[in-house]
Design a binder for this molecule. Structure first.
Ligand SMILES: Cc1cc2nc3c(=O)[nH]c(=O)nc-3n(C[C@H](O)[C@H](O)[C@H](O)COP(=O)(O)OP(=O)(O)OC[C@H]3O[C@@H](n4cnc5c(N)ncnc54)[C@H](O)[C@@H]3O)c2cc1C
Length: 145
């Protein structure tokens, strides 16, 4: 296969570090996951704060998307490392990853403040979600990927 999948800390074509691995940085999600013949997956492509418990799920989603594209190109006899194909992967995964990063960012901010008003709103939100069964189920389904 003429393509590398860098699983972690891929650096060279992306600059010294693709992401600041210590931050849950929504902006970082918008950086490139691909270069010609190279695609990043998992934490190398995007870093989500562990509080969401979503990092592995997102990485599995990356692998599923990328392998489907590679199979399609291969079956059509086309170049699997073509950057336009890899950009399809990048767009699809950013559509999936960005909402998770944004939601995680909001949760992190909500739960890391001592502000009484925010704490009260947070309590109402948690209580409301717990009471509204269908909403709770939808959140659980989304979290399960
Ligand atoms: C405390 C905590 C709790 C978490 N809980 C959850 C959860 O509940 N659910 C969930 O979905 N996700 C969770 N995550 C996130 C999840 O663990 C990661 O998103 C996931 O492991 C990323 O997988 P990866 O393969 O991209 O990277 P990694 O798991 O980091 O694997 C990268 C591998 O590459 C190796 N490596 C690094 N550099 C090199 C090199 N130069 N040469 C060769 N090998 C190298 C490393 O040793 C490592 O084995 C949690 C993370 C943390 C920190």
């Amino acid at each position: 296969m003429h393509m590398c999948v860098f699983v972690h800390h891929a650096t060279l074509p992306f600059g010294h570090r693709l992401l600041d691995l210590h931050r849950n940085d929504v902006g970082a999600c918008l950086r490139r996951y691909v270069r010609p013949r190279i695609a990043l997956a998992g934490d190398a492509a995007h870093k989500v704060h562990p509080l969401a418990g979503q990092g592995l799920n997102l990485g599995i989603g990356d692998a599923r998307e990328l392998s489907a594209l590679v199979m399609r190109q291969h079956e059509l006899g086309l170049d699997v490392g073509d950057v336009h194909t890899l950009l399809e992967y990048e767009r699809a995964r950013q559509r999936a990853v960005l909402p998770v990063m944004a939601a995680t960012d909001v949760f992190k901010k909500l739960f890391s403040t001592d502000d009484a008003a925010v704490a009260a709103l947070r309590g109402i939100g948690v209580l409301g979600t717990n009471v509204l069964g269908p909403l709770k189920k939808q959140i659980i389904r989304a979290a399960m990927g």
